[in-house]
Design a protein around this ligand. Structure first.
Ligand SMILES: Nc1ncnc2c1ncn2[C@@H]1O[C@H](COP(=O)(O)OP(=O)(O)OP(=O)(O)O)[C@@H](O)[C@H]1O
Length: 401
């Protein structure tokens, strides 16, 4: 009791006064106690609030690190941070990375960034992108005998692509440069890809195919780099035939609009032209491009030294159609009553791809009927079906146009 400060004078206060003073002190202490309890309750409530906020932020933080993340390409790594270019809008941004991550990051790497553009992780290397966008075939299985009704076109492709690969000395001796690039143009499914594959097969060249639309739509922001990669891959695989399908996607006439998408397409095309122009010693690499939209092409790509040999690949004529029927039924069990000449007459306007579809469908009709031999009527039904299917596709594309 020594350390307690009593509210009265021990020697002088009467008993009554002592009781009164103690009662007063008790009252004060009770009030103080009450106040403290209130404060404690407030503090507890506050604590609860902060606890909830902490949980919310932890959750949000976790979410930020998860999807959706955006893809960007590293442009530059410097002391000031990392400059990235976002895919999609092509905008550049300066962002920070942790010390550990900085060591793993180099220009041209693909990275995933979150909403605030912080690099969250690095993505798989570009070889994966190359593999996804380029089809590389050591020796495609298409030969000249598999192509029906394109004798003139075949002849021209052989002269312009096959000869320079097989007899480069002849061009040197004569003193002329072989054509740089060959452009095949015509409706879909007429055998443009087949021609390119067949010539690669004939010359034992590696066939490297890249689709223009994929370059600019699927790998936005990487088009120019992929074009560079395409030529690198070709150099690694010489002799090689580079086939760029749907070239109109990267070489369409310039439009008035100046959207970033257009700028990206422009950059991709400039890179392609630069590769072709700077390709003095092209060695054993030939370039073939194809398009269904010749009218849309930017004339810059048709200048001498670029795609300077134009070959039209039209739909087959009647004779061509008969040949294509024969080619695609070579391994089929066809009844003797099937008259391909009559079928060729009837299937006016069909492309090679349509005829292939008719042959496959005819086989399906026989199977459905539990037969192993394909009859004339199966081909008839198949032609009706292929026509009906293509009408539906046209309607659908009109609807979504
Ligand atoms: N002239 C042809 N002779 C034989 N088969 C053909 C012919 N044309 C097309 N085909 C068949 O159609 C398929 C598609 O043809 P291919 O891919 O070469 O056409 P394409 O002109 O490149 O078409 P796209 O412009 O749509 O890319 C071929 O795999 C082949 O089976």
């Amino acid at each position: 009791m020594d350390d307690v400060d009593l509210p009265y004078d021990e020697d002088e206060a009467s008993q009554q006064e002592k009781i009164q003073a103690l009662e007063d002190r008790l009252e004060i202490l009770e009030t103080q106690n009450e106040e403290m309890r209130d404060k404690l309750l407030d503090a507890n409530a506050e604590n609860n609030k902060y606890q909830q906020k902490l949980e919310r932020l932890t959750h949000e933080n976790k979410k930020l690190k998860q999807s959706p993340l955006f893809v960007a390409t590293v442009q530059e790594v410097s002391d000031e941070g990392v400059i990235i270019k976002q895919h999609g809008n092509n905008q550049e941004a300066l962002t920070e990375v942790t010390e550990e991550m900085r060591e793993d990051i180099a220009p041209d790497d693909r990275v995933a960034v979150n909403n605030s553009l912080s690099i969250v992780k690095t993505l798989s290397s570009e070889t994966d992108v190359r593999a996804r966008v380029m089809e590389v075939t050591e020796s495609p299985e298409v030969s000249y005998e598999d192509i029906g009704g394109l004798e003139e076109q075949l002849q021209e492709v052989r002269e312009t692509v096959e000869m320079p690969l097989e007899k480069p000395d002849m061009f040197e001796d004569v003193g002329i440069d072989p054509p740089s690039g060959v452009l095949l143009y015509g409706p879909p499914g007429t055998g443009k890809t087949m021609l390119a594959k067949a010539v690669a097969n004939q010359t034992d060249a590696t066939f490297i195919k890249m689709a223009g639309s994929e370059l600019v739509h699927k790998f936005i922001g990487e088009g120019a780099k992929l074009v560079r990669d395409l030529f690198d891959v070709a150099r690694e695989h010489e002799p090689a035939v580079i086939f760029i399908d749907e070239i109109d996607a990267i070489a369409a006439k310039r439009t008035e609009s100046k959207t970033s998408g257009d700028a990206e397409v422009q950059r991709t095309m400039m890179q392609l032209l630069a590769e072709m122009d700077g390709f003095e010693e092209r060695g054993e690499i030939r370039i073939i491009a194809a398009t269904n939209r010749f009218d849309m092409l930017d004339r810059a790509i048709l200048r001498p030294g670029r795609f300077d040999r134009l070959i039209e690949v039209p739909k087959p004529g009647e004779e061509g159609r008969e040949l294509i029927f024969q080619i695609h039924t070579r391994n089929m069990n066809v009844d003797d009553d099937v008259d391909f000449a009559a079928l060729a007459e009837e299937t006016a306007d069909a492309s090679g791809a349509d005829i292939k579809a008719v042959c496959t469908e005819a086989g399906m009709f026989a199977i459905r009927d539990d037969r192993t031999e394909i009859r004339g009527e199966d081909f008839q039904n198949a032609w009706d079906k292929v026509q009906a299917d293509s009408d539906t596709t046209e309607d659908v594309s009109k609807t979504f146009a």
